[in-house]
Design a binder for this molecule. Structure first.
Ligand SMILES: [Zn+2]
Length: 101
């Protein structure tokens, strides 16, 4: 008999023991941020993070509408969440979801 089963509680990524809170989700996938579309500027839709006025996120309205599954003409004023991950290569936003009031 061995104690091999004890090793199942060790994280395969960092070697720490696995607890309820142990997760690499945040550093791997980023954080969920809620944005509001405040302005349509030509082909661009300007979004600003609801919790951080300095976090601005311009994106082509057509692309944003496609990501949210809505019509580009109904973008203004709506809110959505997306996953924001920052790494040495820059900021990546993905997993867009429309926030229903
Ligand atoms: Zn770990």
């Amino acid at each position: 008999m061995t104690d091999a089963t004890n090793n199942t509680n060790i994280c395969g990524l960092c070697g720490s023991s696995l607890t309820e809170e142990h997760s690499h989700e945040e550093e791997n996938l980023g954080i969920q941020v809620k944005y509001k579309i405040i302005k349509i500027r030509g082909i661009l839709a300007d979004s600003v993070a609801v919790d951080d006025p300095n976090d601005k996120h311009p994106l082509p309205a057509r692309v944003l509408a496609a990501n949210l599954g809505i019509d580009a003409t109904s973008l203004l004023g709506i809110q959505y969440t997306c996953l924001v991950s920052r790494d040495p290569y820059g900021t990546t936003r993905s997993n867009y979801h429309l926030v229903e009031d």
